[in-house]
Design a binder for this molecule. Structure first.
Ligand SMILES: Nc1ncnc2c1ncn2[C@@H]1O[C@H](COP(=O)(O)OP(=O)(O)OP(=O)(O)O)[C@@H](O)[C@H]1O
Ligand SMILES: [Zn+2]
Length: 721
């Protein structure tokens, strides 16, 4: 057969068939270059039985131009790509692009040129050069990366190179990574840990495609358990993919892996430099990289030989991608394990309800750790009813929590205050005329960030300097901050305990792996008494001297009222509580609430997670919502309000009427304006046994919209805004 079907990667057309030049070997999965009109573009040879293309006579086919020097994408990976595209209603090419990180990686070359400043400054200093010269001391990267780092144009960097102020360094990208050793340092597991570890290791040894739910209370040592699965994969010369939700937090984690296996793992995330990315990529595809720690984007990479996939903190909603291909990495990981023939471990102290239901149904194998490691006790959780015990006016920390904090300071122990709100205040208004500061691009309030002196929109990134006067009435000294964010709580702590050393932990302060490492070191060295943080501090940390957790507003997550509001509140509070008393000293948690009788709050205080899961499962079953019924959101947007509304109405009017398939809306989305686009939503609610995706495809595919309209489908949505 001298014809191949090619999936085109960076084109809105295709797939197309091409002829195979004599002497070129093109098995399925080969990465190739093909002609398209006058251009040449990258593509992948795909299985013609899974991908339809227009039939073209053999004589009219154009030949494949070249084959890239890469191993072909494996059959299991191609199957995963097909499955993902089908399930999430995404173009196959869009999913396949996630397996091939960027065009520049496909080109030839064993080295990349990086630049760094030399010893002598440039003879002629312009203001831009001055900035670059200042910011790039000690840095080494490509021209583009240096420009981004310094905040100047690439031209400025190039001019520094040409003037001789920067020198070129060839960085080889094929350098091998040090090999981790399965038994470098092995901990003694307790009985529960040992039983779970043995079972997973056995599944790795047998290449069993079993999904495991590793469900263990906070501090039970789940990490040590799944490390045994990693060790088993290493013994068999296979790869481990370890997915983490928040990449900024990986540095302490990488250190922990290094301590256990004697070598740092290979990290994969969006913050990698091009040389690092290329080196990692080569090692992943050749099999040289044995332990790969990554964010969800690592899930689609072409691993040479996967032995096990681990999803840590598997309940985290950040595994759900909210743009482009809207997939859930937790669910896709289970499918990848199935196709690759390897076990998948979903590890969590507060599993997603979906995962619990799968385990109860016997589809996942359940491994349970009921106790904290080393005899530490779970913390005692107490309520502060804010209606009875309110803080003084203009403050947010109630007297019982303040008293507990004072005790900790006196005893030299650490406190963590949790409030899931970045910035100083979520809303700023004018006392004089009532003006509220709103984002010009979104239907959202501007958040006051005092540390950086700005008002910022958390949806589109729009920011402006904090105003001194009201733009509406012109009065000065009339702007009031409404409600607290972590910065405001930190100010309150500073006013009450001026001697206490504080750290604010949010994505604004911990924005890089280095910053995370710095923070951890400071807490461990007891250079910090009180941590004030958002959800960034709820996971993974193990600070033995931290014995008090205060939840400033336990009700905050329940306000939105979406499908998972109760579940998310339970998970966040259980996780943040789990940071208290993890070693010898017992922990204590205070929840500040206005709804002491809410079932979620009650379950947390009683420490009765089984009751919470049982009630929540029943409620979902009764409403026939996920994981029992199915949901899909259709978001229709345009820069023009009426165009978006009309397209949404037309879509709704064409909705099929079928048994077990209901369509609600369209209605303006809660965030009706986002990044300058007006948004309308339709919600599909289907019974489990209905082929929801096929019906949606047949409904939407024939519809035509004006060029300014975008239609996004979100299968199994997590976001309802
Ligand atoms: N068998 C063991 N031997 C020695 N130390 C252990 C063992 N098991 C756990 N630990 C230690 O106990 C602490 C908690 O373990 P780990 O971080 O694995 O818990 P976890 O279950 O992942 O917790 P969380 O879900 O709260 O993050 C860590 O410092 C870990 O090194
Ligand atoms: Zn905005």
């Amino acid at each position: 057969m001298n014809r191949v079907r090619v999936l085109l990667l960076n084109a809105a057309v295709g797939p197309f068939d091409y002829s195979v030049p004599v002497g070129m070997d093109l098995p399925s999965g080969s990465v190739v270059q093909v002609p398209l009109g006058p251009r040449r573009i990258d593509g992948i040879v795909w299985d013609s039985n899974t991908l339809d293309a227009q039939e073209v006579e053999a004589s009219r086919l154009r030949p494949v131009s070249a084959r890239h020097d890469l191993p072909p994408l494996s059959a299991p990976l191609r199957r995963l790509i097909d499955w993902t595209a089908d399930y999430y209603l995404a173009p196959v090419a869009a999913v396949a692009r996630m397996a091939l990180p960027s065009g520049s990686l496909l080109g030839p070359g064993r080295a990349i040129t990086e630049y760094r400043l030399g010893d002598t400054p440039p003879a002629r200093m312009t203001p831009q050069r001055q900035i670059a010269y200042h910011k790039l001391q000690g840095a080494q990267a490509t021209v583009r990366e240096l420009a981004a780092l310094a905040g100047v144009s690439e031209g400025v960097i190039r001019s520094l190179v040409n003037s001789g102020a920067m020198r070129a360094i060839e960085v080889p990208v094929g350098r091998p990574y040090p090999r981790p050793k399965p038994d470098h340092i092995t901990p003694a597991l307790n009985d529960e840990q040992q039983a779970a570890a043995t079972r997973i290791a056995q599944a790795v040894a047998a290449s069993e495609p079993t999904p495991f739910l590793l469900d263990g209370v906070t501090g039970s040592g789940k990490t040590e358990v799944y490390f045994e699965a990693v060790a088993q994969a290493l013994r068999q010369d296979k790869q481990t993919l370890l997915l983490l939700p928040e990449i900024a937090l990986t540095q302490p984690f990488l250190t922990r892996i290094e301590a256990r296996f004697g070598a740092t793992p290979v990290a994969w995330h969006s913050g990698l430099k091009q040389t690092e990315r290329r080196r990692a990529w080569n090692a992943i595809i050749s099999g040289d990289a044995r332990i790969i720690v990554g964010a969800r984007s690592a899930l689609f990479l072409p691993y040479a030989d996967l032995g096990v996939i681990i999803v840590d903190e598997a309940h985290e909603t950040s595994f759900k991608q909210e743009d482009g291909v809207r997939y859930n990495a937790r669910d896709v990981a289970v499918m990848r394990g199935l196709f690759e023939g390897c076990p998948v471990v979903l590890s969590s102290a507060t599993p997603a309800l979906e995962s619990r239901v799968m385990a109860e149904a016997g589809r996942y194998e359940s491994l349970v750790l009921t106790h904290r490691y080393g005899g530490a006790q779970l913390p005692r959780i107490a309520l502060i009813d804010l209606t009875e015990d309110p803080p003084p006016r203009g403050q947010w920390i109630a007297p019982p929590l303040l008293a507990a904090m004072r005790e900790r300071l006196e005893r030299g122990e650490q406190t963590l205050l949790f409030l899931n709100r970045r910035g100083y205040a979520p809303l700023t208004l004018c006392r004089n005329c009532g003006h509220r500061f709103k984002c010009p691009n979104c239907s959202a309030w501007m958040v006051d960030h005092r540390l950086s002196g700005r008002l910022a929109c958390h949806h589109c990134g729009h920011a402006e300097p904090s105003p001194s006067a009201c733009p509406e009435c012109g009065e000065s000294d009339c702007l009031v901050a409404c409600g607290p964010g972590v910065e405001r709580i930190a100010d309150e702590v500073a006013a009450i305990f001026p001697e206490a050393r504080r750290a604010i932990v949010t994505s604004d302060t911990i924005w890089s792996p280095d910053k995370a490492a710095e923070f951890v070191a400071a807490v461990e060295a007891h250079a910090i008494d009180i941590i004030i943080g958002t959800q960034l501090v709820t996971k993974g940390y193990h600070f033995p001297n931290l014995t008090l957790v205060g939840v400033i507003d336990a009700d905050i997550g329940l306000e939105g009222g979406d499908l998972r509001a109760g579940e998310r509140t339970f998970q966040q509070i259980a996780q943040v509580s789990g940071r208290a008393g993890r070693a010898a000293k017992p922990g204590e948690v205070f929840l500040q609430t206005r709804h002491p009788d809410a079932p979620v709050i009650d379950a947390l205080v009683q420490g009765d997670r089984e009751a919470f899961y049982a009630a929540e499962t029943q409620a979902r079953r009764d409403a026939n919502v996920p994981p029992f019924g199915r949901l899909a959101a259709i978001i229709i947007s345009s820069e023009d309000h009426d165009e978006a509304r009309d397209a949404a109405r037309q879509t709704g009017a064409n909705a099929p009427e079928l048994d077990g398939f209901a369509v609600y809306g369209p209605a303006p989305a809660p965030l009706s304006l986002l990044r300058g686009r007006h948004r309308f939503r339709l919600l599909v609610h289907a019974r489990r046994n209905v082929e929801m995706q096929r019906i949606i495809r047949e409904w939407l595919d024939p519809l035509r919209w004006p060029p300014g309209v975008r239609v996004a489908v979100d299968v199994d949505p997590y976001s309802f805004v």
